[in-house]
Design a protein around this ligand. Structure first.
Ligand code: ADP
Ligand code: MG
Length: 251
């Protein structure tokens, strides 16, 4: 029997901006239900890859496929509707709105993006928002202004904002960024449970190697826009090309 088609794939994906190669010939196949870690030095192109996957940027070459369908030309909201959700490296929470309102606005997959608040938003009910908050451990915090949450809780809120749209594939861009050390374990467990219990396919850019190695089934290593390796954690760590590329650069 042929192996199942990848849920998300890129084929020779590339992005040049003003003569600079930002993403170079990235071919990546992610299986349904897999948790993939993406690592690489600052400026390696990880966030840009997410922008190409979610449709915020259009590639100059190559294609993106979701559920076996070419979505390269589709705008972000269509990709959201097709089951692709993402969080941002920089928090996308509205600090003055309540935690619950943030989730209700985020659920509006028709509009997509982060600027929905200024558009006509078709909000989900408070009940569904509260279920999503319960799911991430923020039950009871719905009335607080989101800006009053700790950084760790704001990251959980962003995951609730993602889950309420019920995506099958989620892209997490440095979900632990800015989170204090004592809050990391809870977030790791949340991501693990979303992956394992709900069967979500997860792609996660993360700097903390112990987090990536602990969570990821496979690790993709990016360097100067290219995919240097994509393999199981042990293989990646033993990979000489990876070690050489990281020489003098923090892993
Ligand atoms: N819109 C843009 N215009 C020009 N250069 C960009 C743009 N976006 C990102 N870059 C450059 O592309 C490279 C990759 O950036 P990025 O994807 O943010 O890296 P990472 O997330 O791996 O740290 C960096 O050198 C960055 O300066
Ligand atoms: Mg980045």
């Amino acid at each position: 029997m042929a192996p199942p088609a990848p849920i998300l794939a890129t084929r020779s994906l590339g992005l040049d901006i003003g003569g600079a190669r930002i993403v170079a010939d990235v071919s990546l196949e992610v299986r349904a239900g897999e948790l993939v870690g993406i690592i690489g030095p600052n400026g390696a192109g990880k966030t840009t890859l997410f922008n190409l996957l979610s449709g915020l940027l259009s590639p100059t070459s190559g294609t993106v496929e979701l559920h076996g369908r070419d979505i390269t030309g589709e705008p972000p909201f269509r990709r959201t509707r097709a089951g692709l959700g993402r969080t941002f490296q920089v928090s996308s929470v509205f600090p003055l709105l309540s935690v619950r309102e943030n989730v209700r606005l985020a659920a509006d997959s028709e509009l997509g993006g982060t600027m929905r608040i200024w558009q006509r938003a078709s909000r989900v009910g408070a009940e569904r928002a509260d279920q999503a908050l319960e799911r991430v451990g923020l039950g009871g915090r719905g009335d607080s202004p989101a800006g009053l949450l700790s950084h760790g809780d704001q990251r959980k809120l962003e995951i609730a904002m993602l889950l309420v749209g019920n995506p099958d594939v989620i892209l997490l861009d440095e979900p632990m960024a800015g989170v204090s050390v004592e809050d990391v374990d809870e977030l790791v467990e949340l991501i693990r449970s979303v992956h394992e219990e709900e069967g979500k396919t997860v792609l996660m850019v993360e700097h903390r190697m112990e987090v990536v190695i602990g969570l990821a089934e496979r690790i993709a290593v990016m360097h100067h826009g290219a995919l240097l390796a994509f393999d199981e954690p042990d293989e990646v760590m033993a990979n000489e090309t990876v070690q050489t590329a990281y020489l003098g650069e923090p892993l």
